[in-house]
Ligand binder design. Structure first.
Ligand code: 5RP
Length: 273
């Protein structure tokens, strides 16, 4: 792996645990002002110091994150369809490699829609971005099974989507946790990170999901709603870090959550020009 590419990946994954806690705040690109992400600046500011990477679009990066931030950026570069459309798979590449380099992204991310009407286009986009990424030293993260594709969230489907993504050259694959998740991991030769999906019934359920995913071989999480839709987002992020980086049990992570949620923190929301 070329030095630049390896360096970018190395800044997102801890050298000690080998894992990463990415914070996903890219939902607005097709869902609009998602609950508790309406004011992205206010949502992101207190969480930023506790994330190993921030996954978002260029619009929110420029408007909601100060350029002095040192957190690695995973820039979503695919889009062009909204929740109002029946077929979510009709995405294009909406942000160029030049723009990703200009924004000093540590990785770029796109959705791949295996089994959907626009499967072919999304996989060709992945291949094209990997070609560009290898030249530019930019890692590419393939995001499997988003939106309506989530209906097919079983190990057989996700193993197929993740393996195909890795075969086409993705350096990191983001997917969803499922029963028999270890089968998904076994078939995928690149690091897998796990999204949380829609808000679960409790913080505990999200911690359990993270614990199970790590136990079964995930290299971290790229989680959104189960963090910033929690009533205690910072405490939740810190509890997840204990699991992902420090091998904490769910019960230990719940202790962190209980301690942290009673702490009063004040965050200055940065004004951005
Ligand atoms: C949206 C995404 C999200 O980043 C991904 O789903 C992670 O967020 P969440 O944990 O809320 O599912 O890719 O298309």
């Amino acid at each position: 792996m070329d030095w630049g590419l390896a360096n970018r990946i190395g800044r997102m994954f801890s050298p000690t645990s080998g894992n990463t806690v990415m914070l996903a705040v890219d939902h607005g690109y097709f869902m609009g002002p998602t609950h508790r992400l309406e004011d992205a600046r206010a949502t992101i500011a207190p969480l930023l110091p506790h994330a190993d990477a921030l996954a978002l679009t260029r619009g929110i990066l420029r408007r909601a994150v100060p350029p002095t931030a040192t957190t690695p950026i995973v820039l979503r570069v695919s889009g062009g369809v909204t929740v109002l459309h029946e077929d979510l798979s009709h995405e294009a590449i909406t942000t160029s490699m030049t723009e990703a380099l200009r924004l000093n992204a540590s990785a770029i991310a796109l959705s791949v829609f295996v089994g959907a009407p626009h499967e072919h286009e999304s996989l060709v986009h992945l291949g094209d971005l990997v070609n560009e990424g290898e030249t530019a030293g930019m890692p590419v993260m393939a995001i499997t099974a988003v939106g309506k594709e989530l209906e097919k969230r079983d190990a057989r489907y996700l193993a197929l989507a993740c393996r195909v993504s890795a075969e086409l050259g993705a350096h990191i694959v983001k997917t969803y946790y499922c029963e028999n998740f270890s089968k998904v991991v076994q078939g995928c030769p690149v690091p897998l990170v796990v999204a949380g999906g829609p808000k679960l019934d409790s913080d505990k359920a999200a911690l359990e999901l993270a614990r199970a995913a790590i136990d079964e071989g995930a290299h971290g999480i790229d989680m959104g709603r189960n963090i910033w839709q929690s009533d205690h987002p910072v405490a939740m992020l810190k509890a997840l870090r204990k699991i992902v980086h420090e091998k904490a049990t769910v019960s230990e992570a719940l202790d962190v959550l209980a301690t942290e949620k009673n702490k009063r923190t004040t965050t200055t929301v940065p004004a951005i020009a």
